[in-house]
Design a protein. Structure first.
Length: 147
């Protein structure tokens, strides 16, 4: 498998699926979250995401229905595509959805910093203002993630 670069990512076999899922998410909610993108691409299910949010899965990648090299490839292509669309990256904190136990959730088994950041980075349409409601819903921090 060739490395995904700025010069070749549009020819990757996942590119069109990413474009379609991104367009659907932007139309529905005005932003793209990688977990939701994977759900649109049928790599994760809503049940998997809910179990992870409740702390029933130790990390999200455990439920991904493809090998992790492909998942990382999708994240990389998403980052390039988001740049083309001028989507604004926003770092997001994911917390366990249990009363009295709001611990941070992990995306990866070993907690690789760059991958954790890639999974937690929401990509917001420039047409959507980061409202208080959005910030409360997804836990957006004001820190802007670099491309």
């Amino acid at each position: 498998m060739k490395k995904v670069t700025v010069g070749n990512y549009r020819t990757d076999k996942f590119y069109l699926r990413i474009v379609k899922a991104t367009a659907e998410l932007l139309t529905e909610q005005g932003y793209v979250a990688p977990a939701q993108l994977f759900q649109k691409m049928e790599i994760l299910t809503e049940t998997d995401i809910a179990a992870w949010r409740r702390g029933r899965l130790p990390y999200l990648e455990k439920a991904i229905r493809c090998n992790l090299a492909k998942a990382n490839r999708i994240l990389r292509i998403l980052r390039f595509h988001a740049h083309d669309l001028n989507l604004k990256p926003s770092s997001t904190m994911y917390l366990r959805n249990q009363p009295g136990n709001r611990m941070p959730l992990k995306f990866t088994k070993y907690g690789d910093k760059k991958l954790e950041e890639a999974y937690a980075r929401h990509l917001i349409s420039p047409r959507l203002k980061v409202s208080k409601q959005y910030a409360e819903t997804v836990g957006v921090t004001e820190e802007k993630a670099a491309h």
